[in-house]
Write a protein of this length. Structure first.
Length: 368
C-alpha cells in the first residue's frame, strides 16, 4: 500500500492532467497510454521512447507529468533522462516505474528527480492514483521506500573537503558544484541547479581540479566520496550485506586505478580496508596505499597516514607480503613498457625507491 506526504484522500480537479507516457519499447508505451486514456482525469499525449524523443516531446507539449520506465539496472546512465528533465523543466513532475524496489534504485530514482515511484507489477488503478498525487505536489512511495530515503539521508552526510588541519579546501559554491558532480549531473545540469552559466560552472571545475591536485572529473568524484565515507562508522560487511552500489563502486575504482588514477588507487585501498564492495583484505589495502604514496605527491601524506594506521592491525608477515607485491609491481613496470596489473600505471621507479621498499619491508616484517 502506498502513502504520500499529505493525506491520502483525493481531491477532484476539473482540469485534466496532461501525461506523457514513455517506455523502453513502443508496444509497452502504447499499451500503457491506452490504459490511462480510459480515465477522464488524464489527457494522454502521444507515447514516445528514447531519450531524444522524450526531451523533444516535453519541449513541444509541456506535459504536467512524465512517466519514465527503468529496465536496464546495470546501466550507469539509467536515470540521466530524469536528471535532464529536472534540470531543464523543474516544474514538470516525474514518475518512475521500476522493475524492482531495490534500495539503491529507489534512492537513485528520487535523487534523479522522481516525485513518485511504482513497481512494474503495480496496477493501472494504483498508477492513476500516483499520477494524481504527484500532480498535486505530493510524494508517492511505499513505507519501505520512504524508509530507504530516510536511511540514505542519515548515511550520507554533506561532503566537506578539508585538509589535514580541518580547513576547507573549497569555497561554498565549489562545494555545491562537487555535490552535484557526485550526483552524476552534467555541467549544463549543474548550471541549471545553481542558476549559473555553463561557462561559470566550467571555471569552478577547473579551480576544483587545481585545489585538489587532480586532472579528471572522475577523480573529483572519487575524492569527494572517499571523504564522505571517512565520516561514517564502518564495519566489515558480509557478502550478503554488500549493496550493489558498493560493488559497482569497487569495480569502477579498480578499473580506474589500473588505468592510472592515483585517487582511484587510494579509494580502492579504503574499500579493501573497510570491506565495502569486497571482502576486507588488509594486505591489498596496504599495497594500494603504498602504490598511491609512490605515484601521487598530493596523496602522499594521507596515504602514509593510512599505511601507519593499518600496519597496527596487521601482522609482520602480512606487511611483508603487501610490500613484496608493491616491489614486484614496480620492477615489472620498470622492465617492460607494456602495462602490467595490478599497478601498471606507476611510472618506472628508480633504484632508490625499490631499495627503500625492500628495506622498509624488512624492518616492518621484524616489528611487533
Amino acid at each position: 500500500m502506498a502513502l504520500t506526504t499529505k493525506s491520502a484522500s483525493m481531491t477532484k480537479n476539473n482540469d485534466t492532467i496532461r501525461v506523457l507516457v514513455t517506455d523502453n519499447t513502443a508496444m509497452g508505451a502504447e499499451l500503457l497510454a491506452r490504459s490511462l486514456n480510459r480515465d477522464r482525469r488524464f489527457h494522454v499525449l502521444e507515447p514516445v521512447i528514447g531519450p531524444d524523443e522524450i526531451m523533444r516531446a516535453v519541449r513541444e507539449h509541456q506535459p504536467d507529468v512524465v512517466i519514465l520506465t527503468h529496465l536496464h539496472e546495470d546501466s550507469p546512465a539509467r536515470f540521466r533522462t530524469a536528471r535532464e528533465l529536472r534540470a531543464s523543466y523543474p516544474n514538470i513532475r516525474l514518475v518512475v516505474i521500476l522493475d524492482s524496489s531495490h534500495r539503491h534504485l529507489v534512492v537513485e530514482a528520487f535523487r534523479a528527480g522522481a516525485k513518485g515511484i511504482l513497481s512494474r507489477d503495480g496496477s493501472i488503478k494504483l498508477l492513476a492514483k500516483c499520477l494524481e498525487c504527484v500532480h498535486q505536489g505530493q510524494i508517492w512511495a511505499t513505507c519501505a521506500e520512504l524508509q530507504f530515503l530516510i536511511d540514505a539521508l542519515v548515511e550520507s552526510p554533506p561532503i566537506r573537503l578539508a585538509n589535514s588541519k580541518g580547513a576547507s579546501l573549497l569555497s561554498p559554491q565549489e562545494q555545491a558544484v562537487v555535490h552535484w558532480m557526485t550526483e552524476g549531473l552534467s555541467n549544463r545540469e549543474i548550471a541549471a541547479q545553481l542558476r549559473l552559466s555553463e561557462h561559470t560552472v566550467k571555471n569552478y571545475i577547473f579551480r576544483i581540479f587545481d585545489k585538489l591536485g587532480v586532472s579528471k572529473r572522475v577523480e573529483v568524484i572519487l575524492y569527494a566520496l572517499s571523504k564522505r565515507d571517512e565520516g561514517r562508522e564502518s564495519s566489515p560487511a558480509k557478502d550478503e550485506d554488500m549493496s550493489a552500489e558498493d560493488r559497482m563502486m569497487f569495480q569502477w575504482s579498480r578499473g580506474l586505478a589500473e588505468q592510472g588514477s592515483a585517487m582511484a588507487g587510494f579509494m580502492l585501498g579504503q574499500m579493501y580496508r573497510d570491506g565495502k564492495g569486497v571482502r576486507p583484505d588488509y594486505v591489498s589495502a596496504f599495497a594500494w596505499f603504498q602504490v598511491t604514496k609512490l605515484s601521487s605527491e598530493d596523496l602522499r601524506e594521507v596515504s602514509t597516514l593510512a599505511c601507519e594506521r593499518l600496519s597496527k592491525k596487521m601482522t609482520p608477515d602480512e606487511i611483508s607480503m603487501a610490500l613484496t607485491r608493491v616491489v614486484e609491481t614496480l620492477e615489472k613496470s620498470r622492465k617492460s613498457q607494456e602495462p602490467t596489473k595490478p599497478g601498471h600505471f606507476l611510472n618506472a621507479p628508480n633504484d632508490a625507491e625499490t631499495s627503500g621498499l625492500r628495506k622498509a619491508g624488512g624492518v616492518l616484517a621484524k616489528a611487533d
